[in-house]
Ligand binder design. Structure first.
Ligand code: AMP
Ligand code: MG
Length: 337
């Protein structure tokens, strides 16, 4: 059973109590909604894996409260060691915000959340409800929460409280899953993940953060992921997938390919593309914004809306090869895989 509540001070206090007692919370963040548990409570963290159907070796991101004095090194100290100065510089500039840093894990800390890897992914979310809950929980002895996206493993991430409810309505648990409604997620796709556990930064997952700005702040070039990079479930070829098949189509070829589709196929095909190529005879249509941030903001909600029972395929325009679209392109490629 899942229970949806407005994120009032009372609901946040209730959620903090539940976290302190090993419960799971549907948590709004600025990227997507998370399924949160006390990061140092191994049993609670195992319940996240079970609820999502997520393999236990796919590590989770630890979410921490912003330190009042801005001392990020001290805030990170219970979890990780050997934080490079360039990673601290990134934290100082981009936290709270949609940036995750993978750092050398302190021995014995958060082993289950980290999938027993020697590293731990950490982020400080900017959403005011997430920050309020993290602060309230820390007073009760919860130093942070492990929070993957609040969806079944491999599926479309939730960007509204209602999405979380529909994912976990049939949630089988002794206690109801409390979902805090913090409105529509601002960013709309998951955080940018940087591996900061080696001697130079490596991009594990693109998000909406401007990598050029990040490089400037770190004074380091960001390398693409290589064979030595830790595994990231968001890097599986297939992820973020709706039930209907997602087909990526180049805008230049869209009109030609669409006219070749038999009418009975068009009647079961939805389309998400820039207005000029959007067909009038698709089963469902949504105009794709010209701006990458606007597209990221609505992307997962659009995929969920278009993924109706009568729809067999969702045609989506392939984003331009522009770095601003890297995060959206990455999610769409995996949704289509
Ligand atoms: P989500 O599936 O939405 O929870 O996204 C969390 C992402 O962070 C996943 O792709 C994880 O695999 C990745 N991640 C978490 N911890 C680590 C880690 N220690 N090393 C590398 N990737 C990590
Ligand atoms: Mg996810």
């Amino acid at each position: 059973m899942a229970l949806l509540r407005d994120a009032s001070p009372e609901a946040i206090a209730d959620a903090a109590q539940r976290l302190a007692h090993g419960g799971l919370i549907g948590l709004p963040t600025e990227t997507v909604y998370g399924l949160a548990a006390n990061v140092v409570d191994d049993d609670a963290v195992r319940r996240i894996f079970a609820a999502k159907g997520r393999p236990a070796d796919h590590p989770l991101i630890a979410h921490i409260a912003a330190p009042e004095d801005g001392d990020w090194a001290r805030a990170l100290a219970p979890f990780v060691t050997g934080v490079p100065p360039w990673a601290l510089a990134a934290a100082r500039t981009f936290w709270p915000g949609p940036l995750t840093l993978v750092l050398p894990r302190r021995e014995g800390a958060c082993a289950v959340a980290a999938g027993h890897l020697p590293t731990l992914a950490v982020r400080c979310p900017a959403h005011p409800v997430a920050q309020s809950l993290l602060r309230a929980a820390s007073v009760l002895g919860v130093p942070g929460v492990a929070a993957p996206s609040a969806n079944r493993f491999g599926r479309v991430s939730p960007t509204r409280a209602q999405h979380v409810l529909s994912e976990f309505e049939a949630h089988q648990n002794d206690e109801a899953l409390l979902i805090l409604d913090g409105g529509v997620c601002d960013v709309g796709i998951e955080s940018t993940i940087i591996d900061a556990s080696r001697d130079h930064p490596v991009l594990l997952r693109p998000g909406m953060l401007d990598l050029a700005a990040l490089e400037q702040v770190m004074g380091q070039a960001i390398a693409p992921a290589d064979a030595a990079a830790p595994k990231v479930s968001g890097s599986l070829a297939s992820h973020y997938a709706p039930r209907a098949r997602v087909v990526l189509v180049d805008t230049a070829e869209w009109l030609t390919l669409w006219t070749q589709l038999p009418e009975r196929v068009r009647a079961h095909t939805a389309a998400y593309a820039p207005a000029p190529v959007l067909p009038t005879d698709a089963a469902q249509t949504r105009a794709m914004p010209a701006d990458a941030a606007a597209c990221a903001h609505e992307l997962f909600a659009v995929l969920r809306d278009l993924d109706q029972a009568s729809i067999e395929a969702i045609w989506v325009a392939r984003p331009a090869p522009d770095p601003a679209w890297d995060g959206v392109r990455d999610r769409l490629q995996r949704a289509a895989a």
